[in-house]
Ligand binder design. Structure first.
Ligand SMILES: [Zn+2]
Length: 253
């Protein structure tokens, strides 16, 4: 992944999958939390980065209004727009599916490699792809790991059956019994790190697949907590870690 550029620590606009993806598709990449600047100024400046991402020179903000939705803008610029998503909360019937020529919910929530076999790049038209990758989502399982070996967490596992993403996060140390011990949280955190390492090799396959001059942005829709201040996961959490995300982008050289 680091072949794309410098890894930055940035901040997501939202702590949960659906609103965060809406922000990303508005063209709002995770922010740098700048001081002494008006939000609208930062937003417009950030928007100008699309000149670099799209390889154009004078993309004006007014092209973006009133829809304020990246796939719609890209279609108007002649792009074929595609989404391959892992989390059912982003399924094709949601409001996020606007301005896409193709939009598919993957059969499994944790198989980025399967996405690569679905990607095609017509020669006569530029392509845009949104890939929502799920290996790094709870239970941080690689596609090779049988489901019966996934960690089972009381109160989360049943929810995960329905991939009800919004219910994954939450306060642990309530008046009720403590649900996680420290070694279990360390194990879960290590599983997420292992998932990122695994994805690094799939990303390499992505690099081999895309046309020359493809601009790639890798980031996350939100952070994840592993026991910090009594929280696990993401969603209904007010904590800096739930907004902290990695960000890197650029062209392959
Ligand atoms: Zn998410």
């Amino acid at each position: 992944m680091r072949r794309l550029g410098t890894l930055e620590r940035r901040w997501s606009y939202a702590s949960w999958t659906a609103p965060s993806h809406y922000n990303l598709l508005m063209g709002l990449m995770p922010h740098i939390s700048p001081r002494d600047v008006f939000a609208s100024d930062y937003y417009q400046r950030d928007f100008l980065k699309f000149n670099e991402r799209l390889g154009c020179e004078q993309l004006e903000f007014k092209r973006f209004v009133p829809r304020l939705y990246l796939p719609v803008l890209l279609q108007s610029l002649g792009y074929r727009t595609n989404a391959l998503v892992s989390l059912p909360v982003l399924n094709p019937l949601t409001i996020l599916n606007s301005g896409f020529d193709t939009y598919k919910l993957m059969g499994r929530h944790n198989d980025m490699r399967a996405m690569l076999t679905d990607m095609t790049f017509p020669e006569d038209q530029p392509s845009f792809y949104l890939l929502n990758v799920g290996e790094t989502h709870y239970p941080y399982a690689l596609p090779s790991e049988p489901e019966e070996n996934w960690p089972r967490i009381n109160g989360v596992h049943g929810v995960f059956k329905h991939l009800d993403d919004q219910l994954v996060g939450g306060r642990l140390r309530s008046t009720r019994k403590k649900m996680f011990d420290d070694s279990r949280l360390r194990m879960l955190r290590q599983r997420q790190i292992d998932a990122v390492k695994y994805l690094d090799s799939v990303v390499e396959e992505l690099f081999d697949l895309v046309p020359k001059n493809t601009y790639i942005t890798i980031t996350s829709d939100h952070g994840e907590l592993f026991g910090e201040d009594g929280y696990f996961g993401h969603g209904p959490i007010q904590h800096p870690k739930v907004f902290e995300v990695p960000f890197l982008e650029g062209k392959l050289r």
